[in-house]
Design a protein around this ligand. Structure first.
Ligand code: ATP
Length: 593
C-alpha cells in the first residue's frame, strides 16, 4: 500500500490528552468546515479551546519527538512510501489514506484502516470548462527580456513562436484555445530541447509556464508517433510518467494534460492519495498514455501490476528539487529502479522547478544522462519579479491583529495566508470566520474531499481567503490570487519563493506581505535580503540589520541555496570538488506529519 502516516488519530488524541488538552484533530477540521458555511460562526469559547499559539508550541516538541529524521522507514511493511518524508503531501491521518480491502494482508495495521471511498466529481467535458483560463498580465511581454542561460554540450537554439514548434493541428488548436499566443522563455527553450531527445534540468520563475513547456513537446511527439491508448487492458503501459509532490498540483497538471490532449488519441490519467484506489485503477484500465501521480500512489499502482514501464519514454519530475530532497528522494530512486523501468540512457528525464539548490542539482545528475542540458531562465531560485514583496515586523502575539487589519484593506480580493502548522491553519481560519471574513483552509489533516472543496470555494470566490500550510505552496495556479500573506515565514527560502509565487503569475502583478518576527525568523534574514536584492526590491533597513547581525557566514550560507547557474560549472571551476552531497534539510517540520 502506498501511504504511511506517523500518527494515528487515536495516538494524536492520546498525545493531546497527555498534554492536558482533548483535541481530536478531526474535530478542529470539522469546526472549520462549519465555519465555512454561511451563517455558522463560533462562540467566544472556541478561541480559548483552540488556542493556536499553545497548540503550535506543544505540537512542535511532540511532533518532533515522534517523527525525527529516522522516522522514514525504508523497506517497511507496507511496500512503498512510508515514514516521515518532510513536506510530504502523502502523509496524512489514517482516515484519509488507506483502504483495508485493498491493503497488504501481511500488514497487521491495515485491518484497522477505514476504507477510502472518496471519488472526485466527474470532470466537465464541455470545451468552455476544459479551456477555461485567466488572462496573461501586463508584464507578460517582459518575459522576453529575461536573461536565459543554457549550458551543457551541444545546446539547441530556441524557437520564437508556437508556429516554429510545428505542432500538429489539433495540438495547435488546443494551444490557441488555451489563450496562448506566444511561448514563454522556458517554453521557447525547453520545447526544442525535448524534441531533440535531450535530458533537461530547467529552472524558471514561478508562474512562467513550465507545465506547458514539458507537456506540449511530449504530447506532440506521442501524436507524431501515432500512439493511442488501448482501452480496457488490465496492464497499461504509458509512454510518459509525470510526478509532483502534492495531490492538488498533480491534479492540476493532469487537467493541463487533458486540456492540451483534448480531441486527440492521447489519454492522460491521474493517481493520487486520498481517493478511492479502485476508482483510479478503473480509470487507468480505460487507457493510459500519460500517468500523472504523486509518488506513493504511483508506486502502489505500479506494484499492483496495473502500470507497466517497458514503453516508458518520458519521466518528468515537476517541482524537481522537492522531488529529490530527503522527503521524496527514496521514492524517486525506487521508481527508477522498478522492474521494466528503462535505464536513464533509454528514457528522457525532464526536471522542472523554480528553485534548485546546488546540492539537489548534483543529486539530480544521478537521474539524468551525462549530457543533460541545464536551462536557467532568470535567476535560479529567484523570486518572481512581478510580486511586490513587503515585510512587517511583528511579535508573535500581534500577528493576528495585523492579519485582520491587512485583510480589512483587501476586501474580496483573493488572498492566501500561509501558516506553519496544520493546527495553526485551523485556528486562523476559525478566527477569521469569527471575524466574518469568508475563509476556508487547506492542509494535510483535512480529508481529500474537504481539500478539494476548499480549493473550489477559494477559486470561485465563495471563500476569498484561503489559509494554507506549505502543502499549497508549490505549483498551484489559481486565477486572480492578488495577495499572499506569510503569517508565519517558512524556515526555508525556497519555500518562501514558491509561496509568494502563488500570486503574480503569467505576467500579472501580485503582492506578498510577510510577517517577520525577529525572535523566530532571523535565520532567514540574510536569504530574504538576497532574494529582495536580486528581485531589485527595496530591502527594509531593519531586515538588513538583522541579516548583518548574524555575520557574514549567514550571507554565504544564504547564497549556497541560490545556484547562480549550472552546478557543473562550479564543479569544473574546482569549487567544492570532492565534497559529499549533503542532504537538503526540509523546512517546516511541523507542517508535514
Ligand atoms: N505561452 C503562454 N501564454 C499564455 N499563458 C500561458 C502560457 N504558458 C503558460 N501560461 C499560463 O500561465 C499560468 C502559469 O503557468 P504554469 O502553472 O505552468 O507555471 P509554472 O512555471 O509551472 O509555475 P510554478 O513554478 O508556480 O509551478 C497558467 O495559467 C498557464 O496556463
Amino acid at each position: 500500500m502506498e501511504e504511511e502516516e506517523e500518527l494515528s488519530e487515536e495516538e494524536a488524541e492520546v498525545s493531546c490528552f497527555q498534554m492536558g488538552k482533548v483535541c481530536p484533530l478531526k474535530n478542529v477540521a470539522e469546526l472549520v468546515l462549519m465555519c465555512a458555511q454561511p451563517g455558522r460562526g463560533f462562540g467566544g469559547n472556541s478561541q480559548t479551546q483552540f488556542n493556536g499559539e499553545n497548540y503550535s508550541t506543544q505540537e512542535n516538541d511532540f511532533s518532533r519527538g515522534r517523527r525525527g529524521r529516522g522516522g522514514h522507514s525504508e523497506g517497511h511493511d507496507r511496500g512503498f512510501g512510508g515514514g516521515y518524508r518532510g513536506k510530504n503531501e502523502e502523509i496524512f491521518t489514517q482516515a484519509t489514506t488507506e483502504d483495508p480491502k485493498e491493503s497488504d494482508p501481511s500488514n497487521p495495521d491495515s485491518s484497522i484502516r477505514p476504507k477510502v471511498t472518496y471519488v472526485p466529481p466527474a470532470l466537465p467535458e464541455d470545451e468552455d470548462s476544459v479551456f477555461a483560463h485567466y488572462q496573461q498580465g501586463i508584464n507578460f511581454d517582459k518575459y522576453d527580456d529575461i536573461i536565459v542561460d543554457l549550458s551543457g554540450t551541444n545546446p539547441l537554439p530556441a524557437i520564437l513562436s508556437f508556429a516554429e514548434a510545428a505542432l500538429c493541428e489539433s495540438l495547435q488548436k488546443n494551444v490557441t484555445k488555451s489563450g496562448y499566443s506566444k511561448p514563454t522563455p522556458v517554453q521557447k527553450h525547453a520545447i526544442p530541447i525535448i524534441f531533440a531527445g535531450r535530458d533537461l534540468m530547467a529552472c524558471a520563475q514561478t508562474g512562467s509556464g513550465k507545465t506547458a513547456a514539458f507537456l506540449l513537446p511530449i504530447l506532440q511527439q506521442l501524436m507524431a508517433d501515432g500512439v493511442a491508448a488501448s482501452s480496457f487492458v488490465e496492464l497499461q503501459e504509458p509512454e510518459a510518467i509525470i510526478v509532483a509532490p502534492t495531490r492538488e498540483l498533480i491534479n492540476q497538471i493532469f487537467l493541463e494534460a487533458r486540456k492540451f490532449a483534448y480531441g486527440t488519441c492521447v489519454r492522460p490519467v491521474v493517481v493520487y492519495g486520498g481517493v478511492n484506489t479502485g476508482f483510479q485503477l478503473r480509470e487507468i484500465s480505460k487507457g493510459c498514455n500519460i500517468v500523472c501521480g504523486t509518488p506513493g500512489r504511483l508506486l502502489d499502482v505500479i506494484q499492483r501490476g496495473r502500470i507497466g514501464l517497458t514503453k516508458l519514454r518520458y519521466l518528468v519530475l515537476d517541482e524537481a528539487d522537492r522531488m529529490l530532497d530527503m522527503g521524496f528522494e527514496p521514492d524517486m530512486r525506487r521508481l527508477v529502479s522498478m522492474p521494466g523501468m528503462p535505464p536513464k540512457e533509454n528514457r528522457q528525464t525532464l526536471l522542472f522547478s523554480a528553485t534548485y539548490p546546488q546540492d539537489i542539482q548534483r543529486l539530480a545528475a544521478d537521474f539524468l544522462k551525462t549530457d543533460y542540458l541545464f536551462l536557467a531562465v532568470g535567476i535560479v531560485g529567484g523570486a518572481c519579479s512581478d510580486v511586490e514583496q513587503t515585510f512587517v515586523q511583528v511579535t508573535k502575539f500581534s500577528k493576528r491583529e495585523q492579519l485582520l487589519d491587512f485583510l480589512k484593506t483587501t476586501g474580496n480580493e483573493r488572498t492566501m495566508v500561509f501558516v506553519e502548522t496544520k493546527r495553526q491553519a485551523d485556528f486562523i481560519a476559525t478566527f477569521l470566520c469569527q471575524e466574518e471574513l469568508p475563509t476556508t483552509s487547506i492542509h494535510g489533516d483535512r480529508e481529500q474531499r474537504e481539500r478539494e472543496q476548499a480549493l473550489a470555494d477559494f477559486k470561485t470566490g465563495k471563500c476569498p481567503i484561503l489559509v494554507a500550510t506549505s502543502v499549497a505552496a508549490r505549483g498551484l495556479d489559481i486565477p486572480e490570487v492578488q495577495h499572499v500573506v506569510n503569517f508565519d515565514l517558512p524556515k526555508n527560502i525556497d519555500e518562501y519563493v514558491h509561496r509568494i509565487g502563488r500570486t503574480g503569475r503569467c505576467g500579472n502583478i501580485g503582492r506578498a506581505v510577510s510577517f517577520y518576527d525577529p525572535e523566530g525568523d532571523s535565520q532567514l534574514a540574510a536569504a530574504l535580503v538576497t532574494i529582495l536584492s536580486k528581485a531589485q526590491q527595496e530591502v527594509p533597513p531593519w531586515l538588513e540589520e538583522s541579516a548583518f547581525s548574524r555575520g557574514a557566514t549567514a550571507f554565504s550560507q544564504a547564497n549556497k541555496s541560490f545556484a547562480s547557474s549550472d552546478s557543473r560549472k562550479s564543479q569544473q571551476a574546482g569549487c567544492e570538488r570532492g565534497q559529499p552531497v549533503p542532504q537538503v534539510a526540509v523546512a517546516d517540520d511541523d507542517d508535514w506529519e
